[in-house]
Design a protein around this ligand. Structure first.
Ligand SMILES: [Zn+2]
Length: 396
């Protein structure tokens, strides 16, 4: 999210919304009444029983967040690796993931091509000349990627739902003359996509724990997509805070004819917090390790795990007293990796935008320190340059 969107989305409550016309017929409800993430007056909230989240009032924001805010915009660009395009055209692993930059990955899982939170623009903003400017460009353009079967969009913040990138994907699909990708989104985001011109029948709008199935081009492979909980918020204007849901995605890809082989599985967290840390609490401190944790991730691991790969946020966490409810730090992400039972993880949501005030390479250093402090009991968790292809690229 952007820092401004953080403020807009995290203070106060939600606004009422009607039922969505975009829910996919292939989506299956988890059954039972709506969960506690549906706010009583409409709109959405982090479940009040999650003690890991602390929504702030405006007075808290001005007394606690602003005094700690040292917003820098003079970051040097992170040098991108050359994208291995031949390997994208002929994948050599059952699951591979190209880090395009920020929260954008191009994943290839058993013949299904998936794009997460496509953000190829210079600024996360409704207009091209306002907002924080990207200091590291994306590793490639939409047009340079192989065809996309499924686009996963985790929430409405501008650095995750970018109109120019959506338009580029639509133009590309139209030029290819195909059906275009399936767009998997949480509740309320379907209307935003439809207003951008995305065909209604390609939108799969999901509540937490609803599934949908996407068939790849040619029909040989399928991807099961589950919308899963995240601790975050949403907003595109000061007037629509928390009117649309936020989520992560748990995915499982199966190739027809690959009988007996396990599916390739991955988890994309979107933006999420893990625990609310008190203002002034140093990293890796007792105050951090004893803070209540969000229970959603163990649930995701139990219900959809284990995963071959987790894509987890490691940046935009400072100042911690304000941001920790909504953005994971590297040490939070290491805990999430264990909770969801992933066999490997790649860090995201760092190195592209000056959203918060930590130095640009600090997420990488803190990730290494967090792993060291766990004493080798964790699955491999790496930070990659944009343009790198997991699992082949060397970590930073
Ligand atoms: Zn966000």
């Amino acid at each position: 999210m952007t820092a401004l969107a953080d403020l807009v989305g995290s203070v106060g409550g939600g606004v009422g919304l009607g039922s969505s016309p975009y829910s996919s017929s292939s989506a299956s409800s988890g059954g039972g009444p709506l969960g506690s993430h549906h706010a009583p007056g409409g709109g959405f909230r982090n479940p009040p029983e999650w003690r890991s989240c602390r929504d702030m009032s405006f007075s808290h924001f001005f007394s606690e967040a602003l005094p700690d805010w040292d917003h820098s915009t003079a970051f040097p660009p992170l040098a991108a690796a050359p994208v291995p395009f031949p390997q994208l055209l002929a994948p050599t692993a059952p699951l591979q993931a190209l880090f395009v930059g920020h929260a954008t990955f191009f994943l290839q899982a058993r013949g299904v091509n998936v794009l997460t939170d496509p953000f190829f623009s210079e600024r996360p903003s409704p207009v091209s000349f306002i907002g924080p400017r990207r200091y590291s460009p994306p590793a490639c353009t939409v047009a340079e990627l192989p065809p996309v079967d499924a686009v996963l969009i985790s929430h409405s913040h501008y650095d995750h739902l970018d109109r120019a990138s959506v338009m580029a994907l639509l133009r590309r699909a139209a030029a290819a003359g195909g059906a275009g990708p399936a767009w998997c989104v949480p509740l309320g985001v379907g209307a935003l996509l439809a207003r951008m011109g995305v065909p209604r029948d390609s939108i799969r709008e999901l509540d937490w724990w609803q599934d949908t199935e996407v068939r790849a081009r040619g029909g040989a492979s399928t991807l099961r997509v589950t919308c899963v909980p995240a601790q975050h918020n949403s907003a595109r204007t000061p007037w629509d805070r928390n009117t649309t849901l936020w989520c992560g995605f748990a995915c499982s890809a199966v190739e027809a004819g690959a009988a007996g082989e396990p599916p390739s599985t991955f988890y994309f967290s979107g933006d999420t917090g893990y625990r609310a840390v008190e203002r002034g609490s140093p990293p890796f401190s007792h105050g951090e390790t004893t803070a209540p944790r969000c229970p959603a991730f163990k649930d995701i691991g139990a219900r959809r795990g284990p995963f071959d790969l987790a894509l987890l946020p490691i940046g935009a966490y400072s100042p911690r007293g304000f941001m920790s409810s909504f953005h994971a730090s590297p040490s939070d992400a290491v805990e999430i990796l264990a909770d969801v039972r992933a066999r490997a993880a790649v860090g995201m949501h760092w190195g592209a935008l000056p959203l918060t005030d930590e130095p640009p390479m600090q997420p990488v250093e803190w990730l290494k320190e967090a792993l060291q402090r766990k004493g080798g009991g964790t699955a491999p968790f790496v930070a990659l340059r944009p343009g790198s292809l997991w699992p082949f690229a060397a970590p930073l």
